[in-house]
Design a protein around this ligand. Structure first.
Ligand code: HEC
Length: 159
């Protein structure tokens, strides 16, 4: 996080000098790759990729694999630790973001949804499920927390 804010600071300094004269966006990053809108998109794509094998196991479409499950849970856990830092003011729109205005309007609610997700993931990690029947009751609630957050804080693009 501090990294991110130091970047804003640097950009702000650079802006007063020359380049950003006409720009209204105070956190316009040096490149798109550095932009929090890009970073949070990439992060969620990683979450989606980690969720796929877990979903397949729960539906019985794939063999239960305790190690693969733990690896995915770790991806969720890591993501839940940094995701909240990727919504600074000035990144509400643009770059095809799917972040809903509610994130900035109700930051407490968003933080709570994030904390609920993280708590559900930690519970599943602590349970160390060794078979499908053990995994279902702790992994199912994680997906509820994904949906719960998306319902309010993500605008899903049509199609
Ligand atoms: C605390 C809120 C929150 C939680 C929990 C959450 N997401 Fe998201 N998700 C978002 C937001 C906000 C976006 C839009 C990000 C953006 O475009 O800036 C998003 C975007 C996505 C996307 C679209 C990625 C893309 O192509 O842009 C996928 C897929 C996704 N989430 C899957 C998941 C899955 C699977 C889980 C649970 C394992 C999950 N999310 C948990 C808030 C959340």
């Amino acid at each position: 996080m501090s990294n991110f804010y130091s970047r804003i600071l640097l950009l702000a300094i650079a802006c007063t000098a020359t380049a950003c004269g006409g720009k209204s966006d105070p956190v316009q990053a040096a490149t798109d790759d550095d932009d929090p809108r890009h970073e949070r998109h990439e992060l969620m794509e990683g979450v989606r990729d980690a969720a796929k094998p877990v979903g397949a196991m729960l539906k019985g479409e794939a063999e239960f694999d305790a190690d693969a499950l733990m690896a995915s849970l770790k991806v969720f856990h890591d993501a839940s630790g940094v995701f909240g830092d990727l919504f600074p003011p000035g990144t509400e729109t643009g770059m095809d973001t799917e972040a809903a205005p509610a994130i900035w309007e109700d930051r407490e609610g968003f933080d709570q949804a994030l904390a609920d997700w993280r708590a559900a993931v930690e519970k599943a990690m602590d349970a160390k499920p060794a078979k499908l029947e053990d995994a279902k009751p702790v992994v199912g609630p994680i997906f509820n927390t994904c949906k719960n957050c998306h319902d309010t804080y993500r605008i899903e693009e049509e199609g």
